[in-house]
Design a protein around this ligand. Structure first.
Ligand code: PHB
Length: 417
């Protein structure tokens, strides 16, 4: 029996229906540029997998400016600060007074639901549940992605440009030959033990806690479901922990001043590794990388999703220039432009991690120095502003997603694709 291959064509082939891939497809469609998104997972998995939850102001601005912000505006909760907790006390960092901005607690899978609904509502092409994804002819002007569709059809999709948005475990970045690729990588000697619990909130704002037993983060999902994490061994097996032991560990890390977490049944638990990674370059021929396919940050800075969105804000603008004006310059400078924000976020995520976590090899000097650092950050307006500016997202003209979208809208206004 011969297997027939279906030949298809689109302008931009996008590998991966995560935040980067879906937002890119959405931004391109608003500029009249067609794309196809191929994704190995099915829609239900994407829409229910629990990931991070903090959106920078610029991410929300971009969602609102491009018509996918209704739910985040209604259901997202605006957070005007965080608490740094150490030595048994909390010190608050107030975002609006320091930066004029805030962040939104709105889980990543809700963003994905909004983007999928928008793409499908606009007649967009998303292929869920595909297998055998492979990239081809990347250094020609007709690169292709081949895959087997969910119904078993073999497909060859020819494109003008391809974008790898397939996350840290994806195939795309390995299409850049080893001899041309630099992998900047750092593994941390700890992971995060994350739980979802059915309990009322313990705090109005997120608490980032440093204790002699290690880091803990108190976050939230809804008025009845809370998200919490504590630093653990990266090889820890979550299923070995009873609810009682989890609560004892969490309580000990935030103890002090009579504060206690509100406990409830733990209905989901898992361990995530902590890594920093950047791939350079972010382009090979006609393949571009965006989001986690190009970089990973430890979750302490809440930057992963936001960086993915800012990458594609830059990339979509560059693609518009390329397709609508025949101008490749912005595509050529994509990696340089995006890496400015990527390395700031790398520094911030590493810095928050190193300031708040307990490294097994740390000496008493290191522990005392960490407390000195926390006092420096929380004890002056300059220190608090440094943290607040990074946490809420840097509003530079070139890399702020809101500004990039506004610029993109201005550039395409009045044009017929
Ligand atoms: C979360 O709510 O899952 C969350 C919030 C802030 C972080 C990381 C994770 O820094």
């Amino acid at each position: 029996m011969t297997t027939q291959t279906t030949h298809a064509r689109t302008r931009v082939g996008i590998i991966g229906a995560g935040p980067a891939g879906l937002m890119l497809s959405h931004l391109l469609s608003r500029a009249g540029i067609d794309s196809t998104v191929v994704e190995t997972r099915n829609r239900a998995t994407i829409e229910t997998t629990i990931r991070a939850g903090i959106l920078e102001q610029g991410t929300v601005d971009l969602m609102v400016a491009t018509g996918v912000g209704d739910r985040v505006r209604k259901e997202g909760s605006c957070h005007e600060g965080i608490e740094l907790r150490y030595g048994g006390e909390s010190r608050r960092i107030d975002f609006p007074s320091l930066t004029g901005r805030c962040v939104y607690l709105y889980p990543q899978h809700e963003v994905l639901k909004d983007l999928i609904a928008a793409r499908l509502g606009d007649g967009g092409d998303i292929r869920f549940g595909v297998t055998d994804v492979a990239l081809r002819d990347l250094t020609t002007d007709r690169p292709a992605v081949t895959f087997t569709d969910a119904d078993g059809t073999a497909v060859e999709l020819r494109c003008d440009l391809l974008v790898g948005c397939d996350g840290s475990q994806g195939i795309s970045r390995f299409a850049i030959p080893d001899t041309l690729r630099t992998d900047y990588f750092r593994a941390y000697p700890f992971g995060w033990f994350g739980i979802l619990t059915e309990a009322p909130p313990s705090s109005d704002e997120l608490i980032y806690a440093r204790s002699d037993r290690g880091f803990a983060l108190i976050s939230s999902r809804t008025p009845t479901v809370q998200r919490m994490y504590f630093q653990c061994d990266p090889g820890e097996r979550a299923e070995r922990w009873s609810d009682e032991r989890i609560w004892e560990e969490l309580q000990s890390r935030v103890a002090g001043n009579g504060f206690a977490l509100k406990e409830g049944p733990v209905f989901q638990r898992g361990v995530v590794p902590m890594r920093s990674y950047v791939c350079a370059p972010m382009r090979y021929g006609r393949l571009f990388l965006a989001g986690d396919a190009a970089h990973t940050v430890p979750a302490t800075g809440a930057k992963g999703l936001n960086l993915a969105i800012s990458d594609v804000a830059v990339l979509s603008q560059a693609m518009e220039r390329f397709f609508l004006d025949g101008e490749p310059n912005l595509l050529d400078s994509y990696g340089t432009t995006a890496s400015d924000r990527i390395w700031r976020a790398q520094h911030f995520s590493w810095w928050m991690t190193s300031m708040l976590h307990r490294d097994e090899s740390a000496t008493d000097f290191d522990a005392r120095r960490q407390l000195g650092e926390l006092d420096t950050v929380t004890g002056s307006e300059a220190g608090r502003a440094f943290l607040a500016e990074a946490y809420t997202g840097w509003p530079t003209a070139l890399t702020n997603p809101g500004a990039a979208a506004a610029e993109a809208l201005r550039l395409t206004a009045g044009r017929t694709p």
